[in-house]
Write a protein that binds this ligand. Structure first.
Ligand SMILES: Nc1ncnc2c1ncn2[C@@H]1O[C@H](COP(=O)(O)OP(=O)(O)OP(=O)(O)O)[C@@H](O)[C@H]1O
Length: 228
């Protein structure tokens, strides 16, 4: 489903010095693998890797293939790929504070809308409500985003990411703000999405989250290595 080959990315720090973040990194899902946990020290590049997989960061060398097709580094093609295939839970949630919870999740549903085709607003609202129920936030539809706790905001971000039923779900520390019970509920939801055929890449520092993934990889020295 997802394959990265020889991915190299070089950064420049504030002083203009070069730093090789990814150095010929390879990543491939075996047929039986639905979820991959990416572990690694702070600053090793986990979020950057997810941004590349999402088609948000296009400045790298190497090959990225998803669903048998090379993902273009041309911005509009990458945006189309993202719109059609990817749901992403970012580390800082990136919710829009001027919209209520329902409208934030609706952004995830309607982003898949094909340009020129009318959006079925009623069906979109029903889907957004369903996703809020799935993350345990039924009843929060009208809440303002800036009144939410960290864990509630994180679950809104998860609801938005899964709302369009994407083939690839990318999640950056998706349970970092959740208590143990809520984390377990979200991990069960992720397991269900995988049983339904979705693929996930999860960046995490949590051993619990990593153990719920099929494969665990450590990002170190600019490459991914297998860990138990
Ligand atoms: N646009 C950029 N320009 C320069 N450096 C960057 C840029 N984006 C990220 N970095 C640097 O790249 C490194 C990797 O960052 P990234 O956020 O991917 O790490 P991470 O493994 O997700 O860290 P954490 O576990 O703390 O979230 C960091 O040292 C960061 O400062």
């Amino acid at each position: 489903m997802i394959r990265l080959e020889g991915m190299t990315k070089v950064l420049r720090d504030r002083n203009g010095a070069q730093r090789v973040l990814f150095d010929g990194l390879d990543l491939a899902f075996r047929d039986d693998v639905r979820s991959v946990a990416v572990l690694g020290r702070s600053g090793s590049g986990k979020s950057t890797l997810l941004r590349i997989l999402a088609g948000l960061d296009l400045r790298y060398d190497g090959t990225y293939v998803a669903d048998g097709r090379q993902v273009s580094r041309q911005p509009s093609a990458a945006a189309r790929f993202r719109r059609e295939k990817v749901g992403i839970v970012t580390q800082h949630y990136d919710l829009l504070e001027d919209r209520n919870v329902l409208r934030n999740v609706l952004l995830g549903v309607e982003v898949r809308g094909v340009p020129g085709r009318r959006v079925d607003r009623k069906a979109s609202v029903a889907r957004a409500r369903e996703c809020l129920e799935l993350v345990g936030l039924g009843g929060f539809e009208r809440s303002r985003v800036n009144t939410l706790s960290g864990g509630e905001a994180q679950r809104v971000a998860i609801a938005r990411a899964i709302a369009k039923d994407p083939e690839i779900i990318l999640a950056d520390e998706p349970t970092g703000a959740l208590d143990e019970g809520t984390e377990e509920d979200i991990l069960q939801l992720f397991a269900r999405l995988q049983r339904d055929g979705r693929h996930m890449v999860v960046a995490t520092h949590s051993e619990t989250v990593a153990q719920h993934c099929d494969v665990r990889l450590l990002l170190t020295g600019g490459r991914l290595v297998s860990v138990e």
